[in-house]
Ligand binder design. Sequence first.
Ligand SMILES: [Zn+2]
Length: 270
Amino acid sequence: MRIIFDRFKNGCKCALTFSYDDGNVADRRLVEIFNKYGMKATFHLNSARLGRDGSIKAEEVKKLYAGHEVSCHMVNHPHPTRIPFASVAAEIMNDRRALESACGYVVRGMSYPYGSHNEDVITVLRACGMEYSRTTRATEWFAPPDDFMYWHPTCHHRNPKLHELFDKFVTPNHHAPLQIMNVWGHSYEFDQSDNWHIIEDFCKYATGHDNVWYATNIEICDYINAVRRLAVSVDGDVVHNPSGVDVWATVNDECVKIPAGSTVSFRKDI
Ligand SMILES: [Zn+2]
């Protein structure tokens, strides 16, 4: 029995996600582009900015980002490593409270303002319910992070090798199963640099691949955590999925689904 955990939702081998910070009004145009091409994204918002000039309004959060994910970026966009731990806690809890009331669901993820983080800050953030946080350290790589509180993105959208990286990402690579491409940026950069064509071209290029799961940051985090929680029998022929997430795997070269909360046996005699 050969079982390999190398598939995302619906058996896809790769997952593409976008991660955009600060909640600028340019998010409206960006969401429109993502929706046009079936892309899924996460928007990291500072609740104190909502309703200010140039920023999204709290009342439009739910409708604008429907189908995508609303996530924290701390209330006032502080340097998390330069403020007291109590302020880190307040900045994230109050951001969660405001965003949760705007979007109606539990907000469980974030990106670090200025990419600023350290181990002590992360301890506080975990205690405040954060399950992942994206940094600004682009790796040009696709492996899932060991710890989602150190989720380094693949690249910024202005990386000139964006399309080349996507090609590499969708090419099967046995050294990095469960490949993730996480593209990050700020929507206002497209206005500032007058280069909206970058994201439009990329979405056009990346859309409609059978082997790509288009997902938000938290969906990918939840999926990988579900894979990591699978319990496998010593002989490798019985798999228990204790999570609330359906998981797909390759068993003897075939794609199989291991439904949420189920135990699946691949033994012939059971
Ligand atoms: Zn920011």
